[in-house]
Design a binder for this molecule. Structure first.
Ligand SMILES: [Fe+2]
Length: 350
């Protein structure tokens, strides 16, 4: 919970954002819904499919994003939806090519602090992330306070330090699944209050000019994924400042629990070391992420981030937890076999 900020200064009081808040709309149908469930066009093109952890993260080796056909692009969306984040190295795609690729997946969103309408430039940071009102190292889902928070988000690094600046992603699908049934039932039906007030104030005090006014917006604390039909937490400590249905202290204690639940989930996370030309493509609906700051030459880190609007977050009580879905599909054995199938498929394609 990041309720602290750098203060209501004269600059904050005088500032008038140029644009109004975004209005709710229905984005184009999720491209993953057009994909062949076997994803064979994409997976057979890879020299290797590396699942980096059990719950989140797959690296496709030997695939160039610049060369994907439309069927493979749709299958990539499905793989991202299923695995939370998909990684690539040594990509030759240009910034223009990244813009074009984003168009396949939907309509690009614009972060309130985004200068170029086509992408966010990600830079290195050397902040003291433990300092008061510093949240630059905190877990978040990008722009979760928006009415249509991003669905698919791609980050491509142009330059990276030799070490430092890794990013960590954590599966909120798994975070929900690992809760006790009692806590699962408690959280289903509640709403997180997502606020951009902190980023608004800190941006202005840091010399920024945010495009839109700050907002507070409720989203389901447990949301349903429109493609996988899985329940996931939709929580992050940067933007979620309150649980709408709870009283003040109840909410504070619940948010503290959720933050600890997220920060202690090494087993549900993947940590990625960047190199120039590395790309991460994640499902911003179901994962939280944080960049690790400090300890390196920050001028050596630069990347381009593109993201497309997702649906307004919703909760379907008939959707499933991860464990429920695995059991319905026949248990862990089936999952292991399907993983083997992926591997066999790759061997066949070699
Ligand atoms: Fe981010």
């Amino acid at each position: 919970m990041s309720v602290s900020h750098t203060g209501i200064t004269e600059q904050v009081l005088a500032y008038r954002p140029p644009d109004p808040d975004n209005k709710e709309f229905e984005p184009p149908k999720d491209r993953a819904l057009f994909a062949d469930p076997s994803k064979k066009a994409l997976l057979s093109a890879a020299k290797q499919v590396r699942h980096l952890t059990p719950y989140i993260g797959t690296e496709l080796v030997g695939v160039q994003l610049s060369q994907l056909n439309d069927a493979q692009k749709d299958e990539l969306a499905l793989l991202v939806a299923e695995r939370g984040v998909v990684f690539f190295r040594d990509q030759d795609i240009t910034t223009e090519g990244q813009h074009e690729l984003a168009k396949h997946y939907g309509i690009q969103n614009r972060d309130p602090n985004q200068q170029d309408p086509r992408h966010v430039t990600i830079i290195g940071r050397d902040n003291d992330v433990r300092a008061y009102a510093d949240f630059t190292g905190e877990y978040h889902a990008d722009d979760s306070h928006e009415v249509n928070p991003p669905a698919y988000t791609m980050l491509r690094m142009l330059k990276t330090p030799e070490y430092g600046g890794d990013t960590i992603w954590t599966s909120q699908t798994a975070l929900f699944d690992k809760l006790s049934p009692t806590f699962q039932q408690l959280f289903e039906g509640l709403h997180g209050v997502h606020s951009s007030e902190v980023t608004f104030v800190n941006s202005i005090n840091g010399g920024g000019q945010p495009l839109r006014p700050p907002v507070r917006r409720q989203h389901p604390l447990v949301r349903t994924h429109p493609v996988t039909n899985l329940k996931s937490l939709f929580y992050n400590p940067l933007f979620v400042v309150h649980i709408a249905e709870l009283k003040g202290q109840e909410s504070i204690h619940t948010l503290n629990f959720l933050r600890e639940h997220l920060h202690s989930a090494d087993d549900l996370s993947v940590r990625w070391k960047w190199e120039p030309g590395s790309v991460a493509y994640w499902d911003n609906r179901t994962v939280a992420h944080r960049a690790l700051p400090g300890g390196y030459d920050t001028s050596q880190r630069e990347g381009k981030r593109t993201a497309v609007f997702g649906e307004k977050p919703f909760y379907d009580p008939n959707s499933e937890s991860l464990t429920q879905q695995i059991q319905r599909q026949g248990g862990d054995d089936v999952i292991v076999k399907s993983a083997e199938h992926v591997k066999l498929h790759f061997k066949k394609a070699e």
